[in-house]
Design a protein around this ligand. Structure first.
Ligand code: MN
Length: 252
Protein backbone atom coordinates (compact mmCIF):
# COMPACT_ATOMS: atom_id res chain seq x y z
CA UNK A 1 0.00 0.00 0.00
CA UNK A 2 2.65 2.55 1.07
CA UNK A 3 6.40 2.88 0.78
CA UNK A 4 7.47 5.35 3.47
CA UNK A 5 10.83 6.94 2.68
CA UNK A 6 13.23 8.49 5.22
CA UNK A 7 15.27 11.73 5.14
CA UNK A 8 16.76 12.24 1.66
CA UNK A 9 18.69 15.51 2.13
CA UNK A 10 19.43 16.05 -1.55
CA UNK A 11 20.67 12.51 -2.27
CA UNK A 12 18.96 12.25 -5.63
CA UNK A 13 20.93 9.31 -7.05
CA UNK A 14 20.20 7.20 -3.98
CA UNK A 15 16.50 8.16 -4.17
CA UNK A 16 16.41 7.11 -7.81
CA UNK A 17 18.01 3.76 -6.90
CA UNK A 18 15.63 3.19 -3.99
CA UNK A 19 12.52 3.95 -6.06
CA UNK A 20 13.75 1.55 -8.75
CA UNK A 21 14.39 -1.14 -6.12
CA UNK A 22 10.86 -0.61 -4.80
CA UNK A 23 9.43 -1.16 -8.29
CA UNK A 24 8.62 2.44 -9.22
CA UNK A 25 8.99 3.10 -12.90
CA UNK A 26 8.72 5.93 -15.34
CA UNK A 27 5.18 6.50 -16.48
CA UNK A 28 4.58 4.93 -19.86
CA UNK A 29 3.11 8.00 -21.53
CA UNK A 30 5.58 10.44 -20.09
CA UNK A 31 9.21 10.01 -19.23
CA UNK A 32 8.82 12.85 -16.74
CA UNK A 33 6.89 11.21 -13.95
CA UNK A 34 7.53 8.16 -11.87
CA UNK A 35 4.97 5.97 -10.19
CA UNK A 36 4.10 2.49 -8.95
CA UNK A 37 1.20 0.44 -10.32
CA UNK A 38 -0.22 -0.46 -6.90
CA UNK A 39 1.60 1.52 -4.22
CA UNK A 40 2.10 5.08 -3.07
CA UNK A 41 5.31 6.66 -1.76
CA UNK A 42 5.17 8.70 1.45
CA UNK A 43 8.11 11.03 2.10
CA UNK A 44 8.82 11.81 5.76
CA UNK A 45 10.38 15.17 4.86
CA UNK A 46 13.86 16.73 4.89
CA UNK A 47 14.06 16.40 1.14
CA UNK A 48 16.86 18.95 1.00
CA UNK A 49 20.14 20.36 2.40
CA UNK A 50 23.68 18.97 2.65
CA UNK A 51 23.38 16.54 -0.29
CA UNK A 52 24.54 17.00 -3.89
CA UNK A 53 21.23 17.64 -5.68
CA UNK A 54 18.38 19.00 -3.57
CA UNK A 55 16.57 20.64 -6.55
CA UNK A 56 16.37 17.26 -8.32
CA UNK A 57 14.81 15.65 -5.23
CA UNK A 58 12.32 18.53 -4.96
CA UNK A 59 11.50 18.34 -8.67
CA UNK A 60 10.84 14.60 -8.56
CA UNK A 61 8.84 14.67 -5.32
CA UNK A 62 6.78 17.65 -6.51
CA UNK A 63 5.88 15.78 -9.66
CA UNK A 64 5.06 12.54 -7.84
CA UNK A 65 2.82 14.41 -5.39
CA UNK A 66 1.12 16.32 -8.19
CA UNK A 67 0.53 13.09 -10.11
CA UNK A 68 -0.91 11.26 -7.09
CA UNK A 69 2.07 8.85 -6.89
CA UNK A 70 3.24 10.19 -3.53
CA UNK A 71 2.40 12.12 -0.38
CA UNK A 72 4.89 14.15 1.60
CA UNK A 73 5.07 15.74 5.03
CA UNK A 74 7.13 18.83 5.77
CA UNK A 75 10.53 18.41 7.46
CA UNK A 76 12.30 21.09 9.49
CA UNK A 77 14.81 21.66 6.67
CA UNK A 78 12.02 22.00 4.08
CA UNK A 79 10.26 24.41 6.42
CA UNK A 80 13.33 26.60 6.65
CA UNK A 81 13.55 26.80 2.84
CA UNK A 82 9.85 27.67 2.82
CA UNK A 83 10.53 30.59 5.17
CA UNK A 84 13.55 31.67 3.11
CA UNK A 85 11.48 31.73 -0.11
CA UNK A 86 8.80 33.72 1.69
CA UNK A 87 11.42 36.38 2.46
CA UNK A 88 11.56 35.78 6.20
CA UNK A 89 14.77 36.62 8.01
CA UNK A 90 16.41 33.30 8.84
CA UNK A 91 19.83 32.06 9.82
CA UNK A 92 21.31 30.20 6.84
CA UNK A 93 23.04 27.13 8.28
CA UNK A 94 22.89 23.32 8.39
CA UNK A 95 23.39 22.97 4.66
CA UNK A 96 20.71 25.43 3.50
CA UNK A 97 23.32 27.45 1.59
CA UNK A 98 24.15 24.38 -0.54
CA UNK A 99 20.46 24.10 -1.49
CA UNK A 100 20.16 27.82 -2.30
CA UNK A 101 23.26 27.61 -4.53
CA UNK A 102 21.95 24.50 -6.28
CA UNK A 103 18.52 26.12 -6.79
CA UNK A 104 20.14 29.25 -8.29
CA UNK A 105 22.09 27.04 -10.67
CA UNK A 106 18.87 25.49 -12.05
CA UNK A 107 18.14 28.86 -13.71
CA UNK A 108 20.62 27.73 -16.40
CA UNK A 109 18.66 24.53 -17.05
CA UNK A 110 15.74 23.82 -19.35
CA UNK A 111 12.16 23.52 -18.04
CA UNK A 112 11.88 20.11 -19.70
CA UNK A 113 15.24 18.74 -18.61
CA UNK A 114 15.63 15.59 -16.50
CA UNK A 115 14.99 16.07 -12.78
CA UNK A 116 18.75 16.06 -12.21
CA UNK A 117 19.08 19.25 -14.32
CA UNK A 118 15.70 20.92 -14.57
CA UNK A 119 14.84 24.59 -14.25
CA UNK A 120 13.10 25.15 -10.89
CA UNK A 121 10.11 27.44 -10.80
CA UNK A 122 10.61 29.18 -7.41
CA UNK A 123 6.95 30.21 -7.25
CA UNK A 124 5.77 26.63 -7.70
CA UNK A 125 8.33 25.41 -5.18
CA UNK A 126 7.14 27.91 -2.59
CA UNK A 127 3.52 26.92 -3.20
CA UNK A 128 4.42 23.23 -2.88
CA UNK A 129 6.21 23.76 0.44
CA UNK A 130 3.41 25.97 1.77
CA UNK A 131 0.93 23.19 0.97
CA UNK A 132 2.72 20.34 2.75
CA UNK A 133 1.07 18.97 5.89
CA UNK A 134 3.13 18.33 9.04
CA UNK A 135 1.31 15.11 9.87
CA UNK A 136 -0.61 12.51 7.88
CA UNK A 137 -3.11 10.05 9.32
CA UNK A 138 -3.47 7.17 6.88
CA UNK A 139 -5.00 3.70 6.55
CA UNK A 140 -8.16 4.62 8.48
CA UNK A 141 -6.08 6.08 11.30
CA UNK A 142 -3.87 3.01 11.76
CA UNK A 143 -0.79 4.91 10.56
CA UNK A 144 0.63 8.33 11.36
CA UNK A 145 3.56 9.91 9.53
CA UNK A 146 5.25 13.05 10.87
CA UNK A 147 8.82 14.19 10.23
CA UNK A 148 10.11 14.06 13.81
CA UNK A 149 7.48 11.63 15.14
CA UNK A 150 4.55 12.78 17.22
CA UNK A 151 3.16 11.91 20.63
CA UNK A 152 -0.38 10.53 20.56
CA UNK A 153 -1.89 13.63 22.15
CA UNK A 154 -1.00 15.68 19.05
CA UNK A 155 -2.36 13.22 16.47
CA UNK A 156 -4.99 14.96 14.37
CA UNK A 157 -4.37 18.20 16.28
CA UNK A 158 -3.45 21.11 14.03
CA UNK A 159 -2.04 24.08 15.90
CA UNK A 160 1.26 25.86 16.43
CA UNK A 161 2.43 23.45 19.12
CA UNK A 162 1.59 20.22 17.25
CA UNK A 163 3.26 21.67 14.16
CA UNK A 164 6.47 22.46 16.07
CA UNK A 165 6.49 18.98 17.65
CA UNK A 166 5.98 17.31 14.25
CA UNK A 167 8.90 19.29 12.76
CA UNK A 168 11.40 19.24 15.64
CA UNK A 169 10.32 16.45 18.00
CA UNK A 170 10.38 16.27 21.77
CA UNK A 171 13.51 17.86 23.20
CA UNK A 172 14.49 18.79 26.72
CA UNK A 173 15.90 22.17 25.67
CA UNK A 174 19.42 21.02 26.64
CA UNK A 175 22.34 20.27 24.32
CA UNK A 176 24.66 17.27 24.51
CA UNK A 177 28.48 17.40 24.39
CA UNK A 178 28.42 17.56 20.56
CA UNK A 179 25.92 20.40 20.55
CA UNK A 180 22.91 18.29 19.52
CA UNK A 181 19.57 18.72 21.27
CA UNK A 182 18.85 16.19 24.00
CA UNK A 183 15.72 14.26 23.00
CA UNK A 184 12.97 12.82 25.14
CA UNK A 185 12.47 9.09 24.61
CA UNK A 186 8.67 9.13 24.35
CA UNK A 187 8.63 6.19 21.91
CA UNK A 188 9.80 3.78 24.64
CA UNK A 189 6.67 4.62 26.63
CA UNK A 190 4.29 4.49 23.67
CA UNK A 191 1.53 1.93 24.17
CA UNK A 192 -0.82 2.84 21.32
CA UNK A 193 -1.92 0.61 18.43
CA UNK A 194 -1.30 3.20 15.75
CA UNK A 195 1.96 2.80 13.85
CA UNK A 196 4.02 6.03 13.94
CA UNK A 197 6.66 6.52 11.25
CA UNK A 198 9.19 9.34 11.22
CA UNK A 199 12.74 10.43 10.37
CA UNK A 200 14.67 13.46 11.71
CA UNK A 201 17.03 11.73 14.16
CA UNK A 202 19.79 10.01 12.31
CA UNK A 203 21.14 6.57 13.10
CA UNK A 204 22.76 3.67 11.32
CA UNK A 205 19.74 1.36 11.20
CA UNK A 206 15.96 1.75 11.39
CA UNK A 207 15.01 2.07 15.04
CA UNK A 208 11.81 0.41 16.18
CA UNK A 209 10.37 1.08 19.63
CA UNK A 210 6.93 -0.31 20.29
CA UNK A 211 5.07 0.79 17.15
CA UNK A 212 7.32 3.76 16.42
CA UNK A 213 9.69 3.51 13.42
CA UNK A 214 12.56 5.94 12.76
CA UNK A 215 13.65 5.67 9.12
CA UNK A 216 16.52 8.21 9.05
CA UNK A 217 19.50 5.99 8.28
CA UNK A 218 21.98 8.81 7.56
CA UNK A 219 22.13 8.61 3.76
CA UNK A 220 23.73 12.04 3.35
CA UNK A 221 26.47 11.08 5.86
CA UNK A 222 27.33 7.93 3.90
CA UNK A 223 24.78 5.60 5.53
CA UNK A 224 21.68 4.31 3.75
CA UNK A 225 18.44 5.59 2.31
CA UNK A 226 15.60 3.53 3.70
CA UNK A 227 11.98 2.78 2.95
CA UNK A 228 9.44 0.97 5.11
CA UNK A 229 6.85 -0.99 3.16
CA UNK A 230 3.52 -0.67 4.95
CA UNK A 231 1.60 -2.75 6.00
CA UNK A 232 4.18 -5.47 5.30
CA UNK A 233 6.65 -3.68 7.63
CA UNK A 234 9.45 -4.75 5.35
CA UNK A 235 12.57 -2.57 5.28
CA UNK A 236 14.17 -1.79 1.92
CA UNK A 237 17.42 0.21 1.76
CA UNK A 238 20.08 1.33 -0.65
CA UNK A 239 23.61 2.28 0.40
CA UNK A 240 24.75 5.88 0.01
CA UNK A 241 27.11 6.32 -2.93
CA UNK A 242 29.46 8.17 -0.57
CA UNK A 243 29.48 10.45 2.46
CA UNK A 244 28.16 13.69 1.00
CA UNK A 245 28.47 15.65 4.25
CA UNK A 246 30.75 15.27 7.23
CA UNK A 247 29.20 14.33 10.50
CA UNK A 248 30.52 14.54 14.01
CA UNK A 249 28.22 11.82 15.14
CA UNK A 250 26.28 9.05 13.39
CA UNK A 251 24.14 7.56 16.10
CA UNK A 252 21.83 9.51 18.32
MN1 MN B 1 16.83 15.31 8.64
Amino acid sequence: MYDIIGDIHGCYDELDKLLTKLGYCYHLESDKSINHPTRKAIFVGDLIDRGPNSPAVLSLVMEMVKGGAALCVLGNHDDKLRRYLKGNKIKINNGLQSTIDQLEKTKEFSKNGPHSARHMDFGKLQKFLEGLPTQLLLDDGKLLVAHAGLKEKYHGVHNKKSRAKALYGETTGEKDADGYPVRKDWASKYTGDRVIVHGHVRGEEVRIKNKVYNLDTSCVYGGKLTALRYPEMEIVSVDALKAHWESKKLTV
